[in-house]
Ligand binder design. Structure first.
Ligand code: NDP
Length: 301
């Protein structure tokens, strides 16, 4: 293996430490404690894990965490009323509605009901437009975490060829906007891209956000390129044996085939321990930023 491993877990710990420092300062110097409200509708197991983890880390950095768990059958009007209440609550600086929502709820409508300045996920149409037009925005946490790791590794990204595989609103598109803002030459690849391996092989930076286990293999990567693997996929791991109920044990893999990519790449993020921890760290950082903006205080860098 030739690639340097980009340790997202360690970097995220540093980001959280900085966040905790800002929170302590806000409290001592200004009497303000940032607060993050997380809304979970239904019982999706993965979402429950994420929400628990977000709440725990929010409290660990000294912020207030407000969790709102609603029944899967919650109607749109009830959810919108809760968001309205959180929008006007002065103790709440960030609001996150955990996605995906149950199918009967209109995600766009719900997300766009959040006050843009409290939209710490950066999914509100106004924040999307602001990012695209170079205005001050709340930036989506996963691509922000990827960008921070790339900047940490490379310093300036100016002039680099970056290929983002995936064009979702939550990862691919904002990732491309952020790389463009940092003066990369950006290509977005997706399921209709022709000869996709040719496209990724031209890249200095490949960001994979596809949702297909280990799709990107070493022969897609230019020697020395940096690979950021956003994917989180649970696959069967029969080599680990079976659970008590007889089901096969599982393991997490990324959208990149780690071993073959690491042979060729200059640097790569692992799964788990890469992009995942950075996502939550960026959510905490966004909450502090939202709090500072709301109170007219200097923002952390
Ligand atoms: P989506 O399903 O919304 O988007 C997937 C994208 O991949 C689409 O644009 C799709 O193209 C493209 N795609 C699918 N198949 C192929 C293919 N064969 N070749 C090229 N492109 C393809 O996924 P998300 O963006 O929400 O998530 C992507 C991955 O990132 C998932 O594994 C998810 O679990 C993970 N994730 C991780 C997070 C973290 O914190 N680390 C946070 C969010 C997501 P098309 O548009 O043409 O259909």
């Amino acid at each position: 293996m030739g690639a340097q491993i980009i340790d997202g877990k360690a970097f995220a710990a540093q980001v959280r430490e900085k966040v905790a420092g800002h929170v302590a300062h806000l409290r001592q110097a200004h009497g303000v404690t940032p607060g993050l409200a997380v809304v979970l509708v239904g019982e999706d197991p993965a979402s429950q894990v994420y929400v628990r983890s977000k709440g725990k880390q929010t409290v660990e950095t000294g912020m207030n965490s407000y969790e709102h768990r609603l029944d899967a059958s919650t109607g749109e009007a009830e959810l919108l009323a809760l968001i309205e209440q959180l929008n006007s609550d002065r103790d709440v600086h960030g609001i996150l509605v955990q996605l995906p929502l149950p199918a009967h709820l209109n995600e766009d409508l719900v997300i766009n009901a959040i006050a843009p300045e409290k939209d710490v996920d950066g999914f509100h149409i106004s924040n999307v437009g602001r990012l695209a037009t170079g205005q001050k925005a709340m930036v989506p946490c996963t691509p922000l975490g990827c960008l921070m790791m790339l900047r940490e590794h490379h310093g300036s990204l100016s002039g680099m060829n970056a290929v983002v595989v995936g064009r979702s609103n939550i990862v691919g598109k904002p990732m491309a906007q952020l790389l463009l803002r940092d003066s990369c030459t950006v290509t977005i690849a997706h399921s209709r891209t022709k000869e996709i391996e040719e496209v990724t092989r031209r890249a200095d930076i490949v960001v994979a956000a596809v949702g297909r286990p280990e799709m990107v293999t070493g022969d897609w990567i230019r020697p020395g390129a940096t690979v950021i693997d956003v994917g989180i996929n649970r696959v069967d791991a029969p080599e680990k044996g079976t659970n008590e109920d007889g089901s096969v044990k599982t393991r997490l893999v990324g959208d990149c085939h780690f071993e073959s990519c690491a042979e060729v790449a200059g640097a790569i993020t692992p799964v788990p321990g890469g992009v995942g921890p950075m996502t939550i760290a960026c959510l905490l950082a966004n909450t502090v930023t939202a709090c500072c903006r709301m109170h007219g205080l200097a923002e952390p860098e």
